[in-house]
Design a protein around this ligand. Structure first.
Ligand SMILES: [Ca+2]
Ligand SMILES: [Ca+2]
Length: 230
């Protein structure tokens, strides 16, 4: 993520922050739900359509970024930076790092088309969709947290087919159904039917980029959203 952080100057970061604050305030007026909190991953917990609990986090090499705000940093809606800028509201997994998350007592169901959106912080270099800066992650899903089905992910070269972390995140402090429309929200979409599952309660993301250094290497998780809740 180091390239992105260099691209984002202090002034623009502050500008973005005030825009987000204004949008959050407006959403609050419109009856937006409370800030994201930890629901726990028990089956009997309230269901959430965004990440609301963490089962396990195994940071890889050169991680640390986002951990001071973890786990809340990956809960709730994404804070995408748009097509040309990666969000800093993320948890860096580090090289080879891995995280397992849940949705409270909620489950992903296999509906028509994609069922799950995962938001990282890739961006189009110079606005060119053919040149994405990406730190791909391999995605697996499980209904019991023990048996996992993995989406095949080709991390060797663009467009990193089947991996998360390849499409810019457009959703930012959004409310309502727009977050759950892949065409509007951006992010990377996954269909349970592709791995033969009808239901899943847990999502595992493993960095396969092996990119980066400092404290922000590898896949940077912003958020996830269930398109087809059970
Ligand atoms: Ca589906
Ligand atoms: Ca990234």
């Amino acid at each position: 993520m180091s390239k992105k952080r260099i691209d984002v100057g202090r002034d623009s970061a502050f500008a973005g922050r005030s825009i987000v604050a204004a949008a959050v305030a407006l959403a609050g007026c419109a009856g937006e739900s409370a800030p994201p909190s930890d629901l726990g991953c028990d089956a009997g917990a309230p269901a959430s359509r965004t990440i609301a609990c963490v089962v396990a986090f195994s940071p890889g090499e050169a991680s640390g970024f986002g951990q001071s705000h973890f786990p809340e940093v990956i809960y709730g809606s994404p804070k995408g930076g748009g097509a040309e800028q990666g969000s800093l509201d993320v948890l860096s997994l580090g090289r080879g790092g891995e995280i397992v998350v849940g949705f409270g007592g909620g489950a992903i169901a296999d509906g028509e088309g994609p069922d799950l959106l995962i938001f990282e912080n890739p961006f189009y270099i110079g606005g060119d969709p053919d040149h994405v800066f990406a730190e791909p992650g391999e995605v697996s899903v499980s209904d019991d947290g023990e048996a996992w089905a993995t989406f095949p992910c080709d991390a060797s070269a663009p467009p990193y087919a089947g991996c998360a972390g390849t499409h810019p995140v457009l959703a930012n402090a959004m409310s309502g159904e727009a977050l759950y429309d892949p065409m509007i929200a951006g992010g990377d979409a996954f269909d349970l039917a592709d791995v033969g599952l009808s239901r899943a309660r847990f999502v595992k993301i493993r960095d396969v980029s092996n990119k980066g250094g400092g404290d922000n290497a590898g896949f940077d998780l912003d958020a996830a959203a269930i398109l087809h809740p059970e």
